[in-house]
Design a protein around this ligand. Sequence first.
Ligand SMILES: [Mg+2]
Length: 175
Amino acid sequence: MGMIKKYFMPNEYVQSIFQIDIEKLAASGVKGIITDLDNTLVGWDVADPTEAVRAWFEKAKEAGIKVTIVSNNNEQRVGSFSKSLKVDYIFKAKKPRGRAFKQASVLMELKPEEIVVIGDQMLTDVFGGNRRGLFTIMVVPVKKTDGFITKFNRLIERRLLQHFRKKGYITWEEN
Ligand SMILES: [Mg+2]
């Protein structure tokens, strides 16, 4: 059970990216963010960054934090979204596999302890980040609806959340 916690339990859990204290991250030595796209930054069916998302990226930049978008989605989706924010990106990342996380770290020229991973899925974002020893922040998905595979992952995710809650590892309420 210790292994389950090690791999699937996020270091932090927040309602949305806007609850993440960027200045606090920067003050604690964070220099890079690897973030998921779909249902983390915007709903999976929203093509472009919202004004609030743009402001969030601007804030990170001002705080001296580099951001790389790492998504399992295709080049068209991830590329056009990321380019409009002028940030680096990795598409078809095959999270939770570690290669894309490693690639993003190299791209940002940062050490693991300087990077946080943000995402809405325990089985891809959190698992992938934890496997590489990165600090992970899980967010509540922007949108409730998901694709088929994600639906399956959510089922397992709910069981893991139940387990962590029972163990007293988490205090947040599932929405
Ligand atoms: Mg996602």
